[in-house]
Design a protein around this ligand. Sequence first.
Ligand SMILES: Nc1ncnc2c1ncn2[C@@H]1O[C@H](COP(=O)(O)OP(=O)(O)O)[C@@H](O)[C@H]1O
Ligand SMILES: [Mg+2]
Length: 452
Amino acid sequence: MRQAFKKKIDELRNKPDTGSADTAIPSGFDLGHAKFALSAVANIAEGTGVTPLKATAQLAGEIVNVIQVMNKNKEDCLVIAKDITEFIEELQKISGKVQPTSDDGKELLEHVENFKKELQNVLGKLRGIKDRSNGKKLFHASADKDTIQECEKKIQSCIQKFDTRNILSMKVQLSEHLRDINARHDQTQRHTDATLDKIEEATPAIPRIFFGREDLVNEGAHCLATEEQTFLAILGPAGIGKTSLALHITKSQQVKKKFSRIYFLPCEILPDVPAIIFAMLQHLRLQPQQGHSQWEVLNAFFEANKQNVLFIFDNFETAWNTAGSRTNIKNFLEKLAEFSNISMIVTLRGHDGPGYINWHKLGGDSGISSLTLDAAKQIFSAICGKDKDKPEESKKLEDLLRKLDCVPLAVTLMAQRARTSPLDFLIKMWEKEGTSMLKEGRENSVVGWSSS
Ligand SMILES: Nc1ncnc2c1ncn2[C@@H]1O[C@H](COP(=O)(O)OP(=O)(O)O)[C@@H](O)[C@H]1O
Ligand SMILES: [Mg+2]
């Protein structure tokens, strides 16, 4: 993205100066918006606990002001304006998500302070260029160009050095993914009546980037399609790819052919049996009936309809681990299993499927495992599209992926970071930050990641 922007700027630089005043350039970035964005960050920053962010955003605003009133060198400075604006916006996003007193919060603060110092430097230099009298401008034209380029490089190396774009935001994303379930669960403690809209919102799209699970997809699809009734358990730690696998199994033609209806139940928003039954009634478009319990309505439906139906209970641990609801859940699942036209898939962070049901555990007793190195590499290049043909790059990538234990979530997040940062840098950052990331993961029940 930055490369494309630079190309655009280079094109503009080579165009004859039309004398146009400001600001909008075809890349979608303009100085007016930058000023607006920076003043918004300065306003919000006060409340985030990362106080220096306010002063940093204001400094950046001053730089944009200086650039805006430049005549000759404005276009040369646009990359600086864009970089600092984007980076400050990113810092602000992250600052809203980390605790100011945590290690991450302190690290962020340090980054912001460093960036502020660099901005002060840049502001001084750009002011010097702007304030030069017209006569002297001509004389200094080449030196000014160099100074601007030097500022541009300093800003970029500063961004990359403490690259919050990479590890810190990755940590935030990772912990967000892991906290997601709990947060949604908390919400639904108050709203157990999940509507179809809420179910739809909580149902993930089938991931388009998906590698290394062909055997498991085939195994699951084959069981579902060929056995009269199937109970599939997809077990393993968070981020290992359980939900993605379940969704890909349901995409298989043979599964679609057998089941007239396939319903996804995001159990993180369905904390107990009544909530799950309510969601099933919603899916089946069944209305509650006076004088009858919800279970009776559901039961009557399955007594009368013998078409094959597949239910996917995703994140089943929420209901399963809710205090006091285990026996009810167990009874409920066992009653459902009585209907031979109902098959089920559960995805669950754990080692066993729920209740006395003969679950077929995909991937064997220990649940699904990490990806192979080859599959992890495929994900990486599908996401960041980097040229890994050079032998030394490919070695570095393998090293990084091994450090991530080829866990799909970690590989996915790291590949997104690799779009803007070199592998060397990511490896170094992972070595520095990895342990705390892993610790964070474990606290959220991610098990099975090694830090080696
Ligand atoms: N086989 C795979 N290939 C590519 N990406 C995957 C694969 N499995 C999972 N992912 C990605 O990893 C992330 C976590 O996967 P998910 O299925 O949500 O894990 P879980 O349900 O075990 O927490 C998602 O972004 C998903 O797209
Ligand atoms: Mg999941």
